[in-house]
Design a protein around this ligand. Structure first.
Ligand SMILES: [Zn+2]
Length: 162
């Protein structure tokens, strides 16, 4: 199993086991060059990991993506995360996309597209005809092979809540 797949499986496992009041969404930050490797050398190859904790913390800023970025930047003692990638269950929202720009992340991978509002692809012009000038563009990868599993796990969460 390569490092990218290993990281994706870890996020989906966390989502499957998520037992909180918050929607089970997780993100991690990993060195981009590690993602090219075929063998997983460490059980936790990421430097930042976070869960969505908006309800638990009563904090609208506590999205998994922004929290993972904050954790990784604190770990590196550097607010710039060039050379690193974010992997997330959901396409980052506009707030987290802003954090991705400011952190200068190389790449963003996600499983499910944002359907409730504009997200990273909108900000980075991939779904709009009117270009917006930004100081940084990450490479964006929709890992559609994980879409069905991620959505099913989210649906299970919402069905349990009803
Ligand atoms: Zn967000």
């Amino acid at each position: 199993m390569n490092v990218l797949r290993y990281c994706c499986e870890a996020l989906l496992d966390a989502q499957a086991q998520g037992d909180t009041t918050d929607v089970p969404l997780y993100s991690l930050i990993v060195a981009s060059d590690l993602l090219e490797q075929e063998a997983v050398a460490h059980s936790q190859p990421w430097i930042g990991w976070a869960a969505n904790q908006v309800s638990e913390l009563h904090n609208p800023l506590a999205h998994a993506e922004s929290a993972a970025i904050a954790t990784a930047a604190a770990y590196l003692q550097n607010e710039r995360l060039g050379g690193y990638s974010l992997i997330s269950c959901l396409e980052p929202c506009l707030m987290c996309s802003g954090a991705i720009m400011h952190a200068r992340l190389d790449r963003v991978y996600f499983f499910c597209t944002a359907d409730k509002g504009p997200g990273l692809r909108y900000l980075c012009n991939t779904t709009r005809s009117t270009p917006m000038r930004l100081n940084h563009y990450p490479a964006i990868f929709w890992l559609s092979e994980y879409n069905t599993r991620c959505r099913a796990q989210l649906q299970q969460f919402f069905e349990k809540k009803r």
